[in-house]
Ligand binder design. Structure first.
Ligand code: ZN
Length: 429
């Protein structure tokens, strides 16, 4: 299934906006019931303005014999994203500033964009540049359109949970035929959303598919109160490469979210890579900004910037394999499980000890409360647990301290909750 989704979505010419972004959302709607949001071009969003909608139907360069040297039909990366329309014959000297290639990766077409500056460009491999371009005239044609009356589209779904507290899962779908950055993130997010919809969750999950940078800015400018109440954000990006799993930390290095991610990752990749927070990166730049300050993390498998094929045509479906994406998906699922259990409880009666016999909870046969434990061990755990429950410390922390699997502690908490001994701690703020 992962394989098929990757193959279906890879060829589309996604950008900040355009027909293929709409097609991508329509395709994803077969997997999860996304609501499509529209942000009209020319409207403002915080310090930004929503750009015109861009569409490209084709583009090529011919030499003076009429031979097509470069063709958009062969790779959508050949035309720089957001190129203005061009049809002109020019000398190599005139063409050269618009040609982009990578000498260090001679077989790769670079990925280039010109979202906020009216310009055009043609991206070629260094080999093509050397073999096909010499002195002479070239006819350049870019059949594109920048529509000031268009809009940016995004996808959103809310998966309600027991609590109104929200976890934001955000990914970006503005890259054309590039697999790890970030088709892998789009596919993983869709699968995660589908799975969350089938579960009974504590948290409410808000899942967003946006064009990078301008997307969260546009969404945030329309829904600042929604974003401000998010407990944390998971920015899903570059999750399908052959390398090691890693994660980018939240802006607060001591934040609990970091240790929860580490807990999830260590099961799948004992020597996972840790990338400390920095202001460069993906959409956590927006979610972490002073007005929002949402603790945000990204689990990655070949993180953007770090792999040599980043932003080139070699970031393709040979580089991203379904098995690799599946591994990241499992790590994210484990993170969900841990997040769901990282709840904070308080005692209904915090003064004195709980009278266990009154609640029928005095363990006299082992294993009734915690599987595999004798009644003495159970009593010990129960007393320690009731001692630690202070309305501030999460279950995951207590589990660590008492050296007991968080799953067992979570079941014990549910039993005590039903017995009216524990309740969820009052919401902060
Ligand atoms: Zn990118």
């Amino acid at each position: 299934m992962i394989d098929q989704i990757l193959k279906d979505l890879f060829p589309l010419n996604r950008s900040l906006s355009g027909e293929d972004n709409r097609k991508t959302l329509a395709y994803l709607q077969n997997l999860i019931p996304l609501r499509v949001l529209e942000f009209p071009s020319g409207t403002s969003a915080f310090d930004w303005t929503i750009p015109p909608e861009w569409n490209c139907r084709g583009g090529w360069i011919r030499n003076s014999h009429g031979e097509k040297l470069i063709d958009f039909e062969e790779s959508n990366l050949h035309i720089m994203s957001y190129s203005v329309p061009v049809h002109k014959t020019m000398s190599l000297e005139e063409l050269k500033p618009h040609l982009h290639y990578l000498e260090n990766l001679p077989e790769a077409i670079p990925y280039r964009t010109t979202y906020y500056k009216r310009n055009w460009g043609v991206c070629v491999t260094y080999n093509q540049f050397q073999e096909k371009f010499s002195a002479g005239d070239y006819e350049v044609f870019i059949d594109s359109e920048l529509n000031e009356r268009g809009s940016l589209v995004a996808g959103e779904i809310l998966v309600p949970g027991k609590s109104k507290k929200e976890i934001l899962i955000s990914t970006y779908f503005c890259h054309p035929s590039l697999a790890n950055d970030n088709l892998s993130g789009v596919v993983l997010t869709a699968l995660l959303g589908r799975e969350l919809m089938q579960r009974q969750n504590y948290y409410t999950y808000r899942i967003l598919f946006l064009p990078e940078t301008i997307g969260p800015i546009a969404y945030g400018s329309r829904n600042p109160e929604i974003l401000k109440k998010a407990a944390c954000a998971l920015v899903v990006t570059t999750v399908g490469g052959p390398g090691k799993l890693g994660y980018k930390q939240c802006f607060d290095p001591k934040h609990r979210l970091n240790s929860l991610v580490e807990m999830a990752l260590s099961k799948h990749e004992p020597d996972f890579i840790t990338y400390p927070f920095d202001v460069h990166g993906s959409d956590e730049r927006q979610y972490s900004s002073p007005g929002f300050r949402i603790p945000s993390v990204s689990i990655t498998k070949d993180k953007y910037y770090e792999y040599p094929y980043y932003h080139t045509s070699l970031d393709n479906l040979d580089f991203v394999r379904p098995e690799a994406l599946e591994k990241s998906y499992r790590a994210y699922l484990d993170l969900m499980d841990i997040l769901e259990k990282d709840l904070v409880y308080q005692r209904v009666e915090p003064h004195g000890e709980v009278m266990l016999s009154k609640h029928g909870l005095y363990p006299d046969t082992g294993g009734a409360l915690i599987p595999g434990r004798s009644s003495d061990e159970e009593l010990d755990t129960l007393l320690n647990f009731l001692f630690e429950i202070d309305g501030n410390t999460s279950l995951v922390k207590i589990a660590e301290k008492l050296n007991i699997p968080v799953n067992d502690l979570s079941k014990l908490a549910a039993t005590l909750n039903e017995a009216g001994i524990l309740k969820e701690a009052e919401e902060e703020g």
